[in-house]
Design a protein around this ligand. Sequence first.
Ligand code: PLP
Length: 282
Amino acid sequence: MSQTVFFNGSYLPKDEVSISPDDRGFLFGDGVYEVVRMYGGHGFGMDAHVRRLSDGLSAIGIVADAGLLPEVCEQLIERNDLGDRDAVVYLQVTRGVAPRAHHFPDPPVAPTVYAAAWQFIPRTDPAVGVGVVTAPDHRWTRCDIKSVSLLANCLAAEQAETAGAYEALLIRDGMVIEGTRSSLFGVVDGVVRTAPVSNYILPSITRTVAIELCESENFELDQRPMTLEECERADELFLAGTTTEIMPIVRVDDRPVGDGRPGPIATRLARGFADRVGALAS
Ligand SMILES: Cc1ncc(COP(=O)(O)O)c(C=O)c1O
């Protein structure tokens, strides 16, 4: 059965979608996207995804309704028979189709909206943790926009993949900022650390949940990025992201983190996250 996708207001088989080579998403990476995790048909953090999509669209001046996200997610899950499985929905909005010129089309053209859902089977286990590498952060200075222009993220992710690691931690000005597709937390001198929201990180929805869980567990938290030196001596490190959930890091560039096993704080938060997912269905 062909996958049913959403394209500019219609649901249709994926192989019937045709996107113009003049689409500004194709030519310039001129667009934003969201990835929503669906657990048994229930979207996690849906309101926050809608808000971030809306903020991203406003930030780059695309007029489109972010409020369509929940309905598109629901429809794609239903039409692809994914209701009883874990899945992701990917949605992207580009500025639309116009003859190639860097400045925006004037008058504006209709944005291109594409979304697809597929089954998601995690290849990681918080009881085991993951290995990561470090890489320079070559991204631009608007990392707060969830832009489809992801070349710098892809280059670092490829470095991780080649090294057999799950993720690359990005280093800017001596600070370990976040991953290519996940937020970063550490436990340094007994305090949970994560970079503050700024133009250098994505305002991650899972990061917010991890912070809420820290607060409910009374873990001391300091929203200050780790230096490379702090990262190297951290007792624990862990990632947070929509597809990553909360995932202990057990190895950085072939050095063990702590004793090389998932740490107690990361493990507690991963359980708290699983509880939140469990509560979605009730
Ligand atoms: C650079 C970056 N940081 C963090 C995240 C995690 O964000 P979220 O928790 O909203 O998935 C992502 C997700 O794609 C990302 O691309």
